[in-house]
Design a protein around this ligand. Sequence first.
Ligand SMILES: CC(C)(COP(=O)(O)OP(=O)(O)OC[C@H]1O[C@@H](n2cnc3c(N)ncnc32)[C@H](O)[C@@H]1OP(=O)(O)O)[C@@H](O)C(=O)NCCC(=O)NCCS
Length: 158
Amino acid sequence: MTEKWPMSKSRTIQTRLVLPPDTNNLQTIFGGKVLAYIDEIAAVTAMKHANLIVVTASIDSVDFLSSARVGDVLELEAVVCSTGRTSMEVFVTVHSMDLLTGETKLTTESFLTMVAMGTNNKPTPVAAVFPESEAEVRLFEKAQARRDHRKMRSELKH
Ligand SMILES: CC(C)(COP(=O)(O)OP(=O)(O)OC[C@H]1O[C@@H](n2cnc3c(N)ncnc32)[C@H](O)[C@@H]1OP(=O)(O)O)[C@@H](O)C(=O)NCCC(=O)NCCS
């Protein structure tokens, strides 16, 4: 496929309120809940880029750097930052915000690999991406190193 789309085409932002059923005894959000939000926004982001149904092939390691409490707002932002033939690498950041104090903290960030599926439910080619802003260039340029790291991790498992 020769088509190329700017990374900005796929950029997606979602805002979530942390509610009591989403939290543990410390009133901080379950990691699994944050992971579900990350997976959902990554799917929406990849579908915006590919205009196809996508599945999650992998989620890179996720470190929770800070917690979010009941009443905080989570702001998730995601973008397709590189592509293979049928796969898209999506970068997701999650910030938690206390709207009463204005304090904002990075909760986590993650890279996911989403694969576009054709009507035959088989991986299908996607357009490439190109970066525009400096931050996008930095993400784009390190994509090959991340891909190599993923491959090495997969080889270590078998
Ligand atoms: C992901 C999946 C579609 C790959 O199918 P496959 O038959 O192995 O197809 P291919 O070998 O052609 O791989 C397709 C692409 O996925 C990539 N891929 C496959 N497994 C991957 C993994 N674990 N991590 C990252 N990328 C992966 C390949 O590198 C390839 O990318 P490219 O086309 O850009 O080079 C298939 O394994 C699948 O359907 N998995 C289940 C997905 C799912 O249900 N997710 C929800 C959670 S259970």
